[in-house]
Ligand binder design. Structure first.
Ligand SMILES: NC(=O)c1ccc[n+]([C@@H]2O[C@H](COP(=O)([O-])OP(=O)(O)OC[C@H]3O[C@@H](n4cnc5c(N)ncnc54)[C@H](O)[C@@H]3O)[C@@H](O)[C@H]2O)c1
Length: 383
């Protein structure tokens, strides 16, 4: 099948991600069936879509006509069989639990047309595992959007072990059509590209908490002038629980080095999860925390954080998860706040300096995952 033949998309799960992805697909001209397990969840998703599209209309990003047409193409429903029966492309965004995803995929596989491609918005779960629940592993892809899906550009299009190149291409072309920036992930590997490259920074934060110094505020004050959100503040914003569970997952599938420290887990025990509970590393009860720049630590600097990212990015090249540093940079620049990817930054800073900076981190926390790769040591990557 070619992307041009795709007319109808079924969105399974109408939550935070599902409604944003559905809204993007509607704006791209597709007919979208939105399915959730209860009418009230479907209604909430529809309300979210209308709100998002209204904002686009107010900002002049879509015309009132396009707004009205998009809503006509939205078909909300609860019945799964009906939802997928004539869909060409199905996107799943149900909660991040392997068994749930497998049972949802088995059901979709049973009712969707044979030609339909099935895509999962999982953040971490192996696409190959999800595909194993279907009779069409060649047509199952990972389709990783970022939050908020209506605004964020990056879509990682992931090839599972049995996925055909054709299915990956269809996913890629649809992402382009809905005005996203797709990046192909060539090997089904934990965290794909974006989350994997960021994970060592989280390990560093977890280790700093364990060491007891500098405090989150002292650390963040050193970075706040350089970033929209400083590292600990960002974890608070996303959720300390989300960060800790991500680390636990990486510890299981990649290396025990990722295991979150007791000090990090202690925040979960007292339900200080960050912004969503009003308290995490910071007090959010009166809005965004104020960080006192005068408290900035001198122990850590930005080139150390960049060194962690570049080193992890070189592992993706070595492992064949991606084969072009430009693609990794494209993913990193479109999934988060920084306009530059790690390899562009490395080119500016120089590999010897990054090697030295990584060594400083390793001296403080001698973990294998902080050791430089051969690619980093050679320092030959050019964009
Ligand atoms: N929230 C994020 O920042 C983010 C970013 C990228 C990827 N993801 C991934 O997207 C997926 C969804 O996350 P979310 O944040 O939208 O979760 P969410 O809890 O907001 O939404 C999940 C929705 O799925 C529905 N659901 C549960 N079982 C279902 C079923 N059998 N059929 C249809 N709908 C069902 C729930 O009722 C809920 O409305 C997860 O895999 C998550 O890891 C999340």
């Amino acid at each position: 099948m070619k992307a041009e033949e795709v007319k109808k998309i079924a969105m399974i799960g109408a939550g935070d991600m599902g409604h944003g992805i559905a809204a993007s697909c509607l704006m791209g001209g597709y007919t979208v069936v939105l399915r959730d397990i209860e009418q009230k969840f479907v209604d909430k998703g529809v309300a979210g879509i209308i709100k998002s599209l209204e904002k686009f209309k107010e900002k002049g990003k879509i015309t009132p006509d396009a707004f009205a047409h998009a809503l006509v193409r939205l078909i909300p429903m609860v019945d799964l069989r009906e939802a997928v029966k004539d869909a060409d492309f199905v996107i799943e965004a149900v909660p991040e639990k392997l068994e749930l995803k497998k049972s949802v995929f088995a059901e979709i596989d049973q009712y969707a047309p044979k030609h339909a491609i099935l895509a999962s918005n999982t953040s971490n779960i192996s696409i190959t595992d999800i595909a194993s629940a279907t009779q069409r592993p060649d047509k199952v892809i990972g389709y990783h959007f970022f939050n908020p899906a209506i605004l964020m550009k990056l879509v990682e299009v992931i090839k599972g072990r049995g996925t055909s190149d054709e299915a990956v291409q269809v996913g890629y072309d649809i992402a382009k059509k809905i005005k996203k920036v797709p990046v192909i992930v060539k090997k089904d590997s934990p965290g794909f590209i974006y989350n994997r490259v960021n994970e060592p920074t989280l390990v560093l934060l977890s280790k700093i908490l364990e060491a007891g110094h500098p405090s989150p505020e002292e650390f963040d004050a050193a970075f706040k002038p350089l970033m929209a959100m400083a590292p600990f503040e960002l974890v608070d914003y996303v959720g300390i629980d989300v960060a800790a569970h991500g680390l636990e997952y990486f510890a299981q599938v990649l290396s025990p080095d990722y295991k979150p420290s007791e000090a990090m887990m202690s925040y979960l025990k007292i339900n200080h999860l960050g912004k969503k509970t009003g308290r995490g590393f910071y007090d959010w009860s009166a809005g965004r925390p104020s960080i006192d720049l005068a408290k900035a630590t001198k122990e850590y600097d930005i080139n150390q954080l960049i060194a962690l990212q570049v080193n992890e990015a070189t592992k993706l090249l070595e492992e064949g998860v991606a084969d072009d540093p430009k693609e990794i940079d494209l993913a990193m620049a479109n999934g988060g706040g920084s306009p530059f990817g790690p390899f562009a930054l490395a080119q500016g800073i120089g590999y010897p300096e990054l090697l030295f900076k990584l060594g400083e981190i390793y001296k403080k926390f001698p973990l294998d995952i902080f050791k430089p790769t051969n690619t980093l040591k050679e320092g030959k990557i050019k964009l």
